[in-house]
Write a protein that binds this ligand. Structure first.
Ligand code: G3I
Length: 367
């Protein structure tokens, strides 16, 4: 087990009085200075809320009894981390391989979990088949066939789908250039994907999903304006997904402001991929923060997010999903992610015990 970083005292944290109903950011900031204590086993994550708590899972975890037990204890919903993506399903010659996706969807239902589909169309995937050189008529036909076949295969078994993922430009200035936009139109491909998904599965809630919406207010605003335009074009968007891979160094209030603006669309909101890395991405100034300072920043921002989610009308709280259940399950520690073995960016540590941010979420959720 990875030892707690020096200076962390979990016992003091869990012994600290719960902030039961803070309505101000000051409450979160106040909590941020608390220490951390190993303390007793935390209550199951899913007992903290009357809306679904989700986490990701992968076929490689299904034979791990410790992970299976933790998922059964802590969550109501699973998002297959990669098995429902074009990178795994779409094969050469526009063939499909559903072996991994079927296993994940079947497993989720065997455990009595809601299964959330991620993702039908993503700018960065399917590019070996969906190329600029493909005649547009064939491109369109294969695009429609892919979305309708995948969504149709799991008709009635998915609570929702990220129909299109990460359509907004990285810096929030307009939409992302991608082969789907170039071949079918910058917004038309999105409308098309939603229409195909709706026809294939009338019951799944259909989401537009993106990241850095809280971290970058410009991107958040562009995303919300895009949703409004797509709805005006008749796209059957049923919800918005904010990935919430939080930059814990952003100013207080940005998260609250995004959720306030997002709520005004009246759609269900899915916190779809929450994590909150302690370690900075490369390219920034040398990181002189202490572990305690980073933990305090995590607690403050995650507490703000949880409070903002709780401030939504109940009908707009679709689900609260972390991208991995325990620190050891995070893409951040894996090679294809950030390859940071000591990262601690989730509510539970590698042993399934509460990290400091757990208490902030529990407090915001009123438990
Ligand atoms: O498990 C297989 C292994 O059997 C195989 O040998 C190996 C080499 O092909 O691949 C392994 O699968 C990898 C998988 O992660 C599981 O580790 C895939 O190659 C790799 O592409 C996949 O990366 C995922 C990535 O999205 C791309 O799909 C990450 O797990 C996943 O955490 C990440 O998630 C994204 C969201 O979809 C969108 N938002 C950002 C988020 C983080 O980047």
């Amino acid at each position: 087990m990875r030892a707690d970083p020096p200076g962390l005292n979990r016992r003091a944290l869990l012994a600290a009085p719960l902030i039961l109903a803070p309505s101000s950011l000051a409450a979160c900031e106040r909590f941020a200075s608390a220490e951390v204590a190993p303390g007793p086993d935390a209550p199951p994550l899913k007992s903290l809320a009357d809306f679904p708590i989700g986490a990701t899972g992968m076929t490689g975890q299904l034979d791990d009894p410790v992970w299976v037990a933790a998922m059964r204890r802590d969550v109501d919903q699973i998002t297959p981390e990669w098995e429902l993506k074009p990178e795994r399903i779409l094969q050469p010659g526009f063939a499909y391989d559903f072996s991994a996706s079927d296993r994940m969807v079947d497993w989720g239902h065997e455990q009595g979990l809601r299964v959330f589909g991620h993702t039908l169309v993503w700018y960065s995937q399917g590019l070996d088949q969906f190329t600029d050189a493909l005649p547009t008529a064939r491109f369109a036909a294969e695009f429609d066939r892919y979305v309708s076949t995948v969504a149709g295969r799991y008709r009635g078994r998915m609570v929702g789908w990220d129909v299109v993922n990460e359509a907004v430009a990285e810096d929030g200035d307009g939409l992302r250039d991608c082969v789907y936009a170039r071949k079918l139109g910058p917004e038309a491909y999105i409308v098309r994907a939603f229409e195909q998904a709706r026809a294939a599965d009338p019951d799944a809630v259909l989401f537009l999903n993106d990241y850095n919406l809280e971290n970058n207010p410009r991107k958040g605003a562009t995303f919300l304006r895009l949703v409004e335009r797509l709805l005006a074009q008749g796209a059957p968007i049923g919800g918005i997904g904010t990935q919430s891979h939080l930059d814990i160094e952003i100013p207080a209030g940005q998260i609250r402001d995004f959720f306030r603006d997002a709520a005004s669309l009246g759609l269900p909101i899915h916190v779809s991929e929450l994590d909150f890395p302690m370690q900075r991405d490369g390219g920034r100034a040398p990181d002189l923060r202490s572990t305690a300072d980073r933990r305090a920043q995590q607690v403050a921002r995650v507490g703000e997010l949880a409070e903002a989610f709780m401030a939504l009308p109940a009908r707009q709280r679709f689900a609260f999903t972390t991208w991995g259940l325990r620190d050891s399950d995070s893409w951040l520690v894996r090679e294809e992610g950030k390859n940071r073995p000591n990262e601690s960016a989730l509510l539970l540590d590698g042993e399934g015990r509460p990290n400091p941010a757990f208490q902030a979420v529990a407090g915001a959720f009123g438990r």
